[in-house]
Write a protein that binds this ligand. Structure first.
Ligand SMILES: Nc1ncnc2c1ncn2[C@@H]1O[C@H](COP(=O)(O)OP(=O)(O)O)[C@@H](O)[C@H]1O
Ligand SMILES: [Mg+2]
Length: 606
């Protein structure tokens, strides 16, 4: 695991602590890692051995036809045209057709099956990564960029498969083609072949230079395309902010910059591309000219027939394309390995720990926090310090404290969204680690300040996770209790109304009530309310509060509230300050103490 990834997962930076390795050792390690990645990628192809064999067979067939076609030049010119041999006159046309039939079939088989395997591998990789995303710890998502995570699934997986199939095709088909053509050239004239061996590499070096330039530009284009999408994404997602703060000018000029950069890079690419072809052709022509000169002067003319010479030239011309691809093979493989590594880096991340085997029953007793400490990052100060708290069954405990004092962090430990640094949290006298994540989380319902809704119907959002087992009556009952039924039925499509991305079609209060209905429907014995009403105006807050009151009835509730009435009604109030619990008591007790709560109360509620 690299340092960066370790930082992402919040794991100790072991690599950083190790003494710096000597360079050669590090290089060896990199090569070994590359080989490992390579082997691991191959393991995805293994189940498709049969298709793989057909594809390779197709490539071999295809490679043969190139050589066969070049070889055919000799009987065609010498036999059919010069000697007017009857056999040749009949046979050569048939062979031409035969060769191209074979070429067609072989080409189809290799293209089809390579693509077949490629898409299976892409699908498999995507499924594995998506599955992984569902199990990664919350801390991973705190650090990761969503765009990056999406493109790993969509783009990098495809890049792996493309690079792999390209390099395989080159390694098998082009190598065989080159060997066949070269053998043919030597067969016709070793002297001319040697001449070619001198000119060939010079051309090769120039071609390699040009393609390198080309790749650099390609990469810049990808980067500049990313910039363009980035500006668009921001403009689309932030359309409201842009309108209100009059950011149009700023966005336009930023877009113009990215847009222009992209245009310039593309023109540069066009330029290299357009120059590439004539330069290579010119070099090939030079090679051809040299060979023609040698062949037609001196001793060669007597010894080589027209047919042999044409066959030689054809083979040579056919040789350039595969040779060019072969020189590029290593880059292609490296690109595939790099993309593969980026995928395996995700697959190798540690999933959420889920080693518990117990099932948490529906009857919840007490919840205990013992000596709990929490650090999100090792190098940052603790966010929760030495928390001692026990909550009785059915109790409502309110948490108050300045923003950043650790209230959300404290309640998030219960559904194990984060791992404690030390101490323990237990339910029914058993450490929550001992329960399966699934059973623990199924007993907890949460409503928080920002409600996450999927771009789906209201009904699907409310019944999220249990759509198939919920009947309409239960759904409506939950919505009535949450004071959501009335507004939902007034919507154009009622319960089937689409809420838009992140519920944008609903008002803040409506979203909250949908979230409350969702929590009610879950009917879990533990309830966590994290500033569930703080974003609301008084009118909708009143309605939401009624919903919440219904929700809290008969449950063990941890409520982070800014609203006095909620706090006053709570059985106990926990006052937090900079990660510590500084006071616990009822509203009256704490007011009488004239300490932390008293001050907070005066600041916030007077
Ligand atoms: N996911 C996180 N990663 C890193 N630090 C966090 C994360 N969530 C909260 N913090 C930090 O922990 C502290 C407590 O935050 P939080 O529990 O959200 O406080 P509260 O809910 O009382 O406002 C803050 O300093 C905050 O910056
Ligand atoms: Mg909070």
């Amino acid at each position: 695991m690299s340092e960066k990834e370790a930082a992402k997962t919040g794991e100790p930076l072991k690599a950083a602590a190790a003494p710096p390795q000597r360079k050669s050792v590090a290089e060896d390690a990199a090569i070994a890692a590359g080989k490992d990645t390579y082997r691991r990628l191959l393991s995805y192809v293994k189940p498709h051995k049969r298709q793989f064999a057909i594809a390779v067979l197709g490539m071999v067939g295809y490679a043969l036809t190139d050589t066969a076609f070049a070889a055919l030049m000799k009987p065609m010119l010498d036999g059919s045209f010069v000697e007017q041999d009857r056999n040749s006159i009949l046979l050569v046309p048939l062979l031409i057709i035969g060769i191209f039939v074979l070429r067609g079939v072989a080409g189809f088989a290799s293209t089809y099956y390579i693509s077949w395997i490629g898409w299976r591998v892409i699908k498999q990789l995507r499924a594995e990564i998506f599955g992984k995303y569902l199990t990664l710890p919350t801390s991973f998502y705190d650090q990761a960029s969503s765009g990056e995570l999406i493109s790993r699934i969509t783009f990098n997986s495809q890049m792996v498969a493309n690079a792999a199939s390209t390099s395989l095709t080159v390694a098998v088909r082009d190598t065989l083609t080159a060997i066949g053509l070269f053998a043919l050239m030597f067969y016709h004239s070793w002297q001319l072949s040697l001449t070619f061996l001198v000119i060939g590499p010079i051309i090769g070096i120039i071609v390699a230079r040009v393609s390198k330039k080309f790749r650099t530009i390609s990469r810049s284009i990808q980067g500049s395309m990313g910039d363009v999408s980035h500006v668009i994404q921001e403009a689309v997602e932030g359309s409201r902010v842009i309108k209100i703060f009059g950011g149009q000018e700023e966005e336009l000029s930023e877009f113009e910059l990215a847009n222009e950069r992209n245009r310039a890079f593309n023109m540069k690419e066009t330029m290299v591309k357009a120059l590439n072809q004539p330069i290579i052709q010119f070099l090939v022509a030079v090679a051809l000219a040299v060979i023609v000169y040698f062949a037609s002067s001196g001793d060669f003319v007597d010894r080589i027939s027209v047919g042999s010479f044409m066959s030689f030239i054809t083979a040579m011309l056919l040789l350039f394309a595969p040779l060019k691809r072969i020189t590029n093979l290593n880059n292609e493989i490296q690109r595939g390995i790099a993309a593969g590594e980026s995928l395996f880096a995700i697959l190798d991340l540690e999933s959420e720990r889920d080693t518990g085997t117990r099932e948490l029953p529906k009857e919840i007793g007490s919840i205990e926090y013992r000596d709990v400490n929490l650090k999100y990052q090792l190098d940052k100060p603790a966010v929760l310090k030495d928390i001692q708290l026990s909550i009785a069954s059915g109790e409502t405990v309110a948490f108050v404290g300045e923003s950043g004092s650790g209230k959300t962090s404290l309640v998030n430990l219960l559904p194990r969204l984060y791992e404690l640094s030390s101490g323990s949290v237990s339910v029914n006298g058993t450490d929550i680690d001992q329960y399966t994540l699934q059973s623990l989380r199924s007993r907890i319902a949460t409503v928080s300040q920002d409600v996450m809704l999927f771009n789906d119907t209201i009904a699907s959002n409310i019944a999220y996770g249990s759509r198939n087992s919920i009947d309409e009556e239960t759904l409506h009952a939950a919505c009535k209790a949450a004071h959501a039924h009335d507004f939902i039925t007034k919507l154009p499509d009622g319960y089937e109304t689409l809420v838009g991305e992140n519920g944008i079609m609903l008002s803040g209060g409506q979203r909250q009530r949908v979230a409350i209905a969702r929590a009610l429907l879950k009917n879990a014995p533990i309830l966590i309310l994290d500033e569930a009403t703080s974003a609301l105006d008084t009118e909708s807050e009143r309605k939401v509060q009624q919903g919440l009151d219904a929700l809290m009835r008969g449950r063990t509730t941890m409520v982070i509230a800014h609203r006095l009435s909620t706090i006053e009604k709570a059985d106990r109030i926990v006052v937090m300050d900079r990660g510590e619990i500084v006071e616990i008591g009822t509203h009256k007790e704490l007011l009488a103490k004239q300490s932390h709560y008293f001050k907070l109360h005066q600041l916030q509620f007077q």
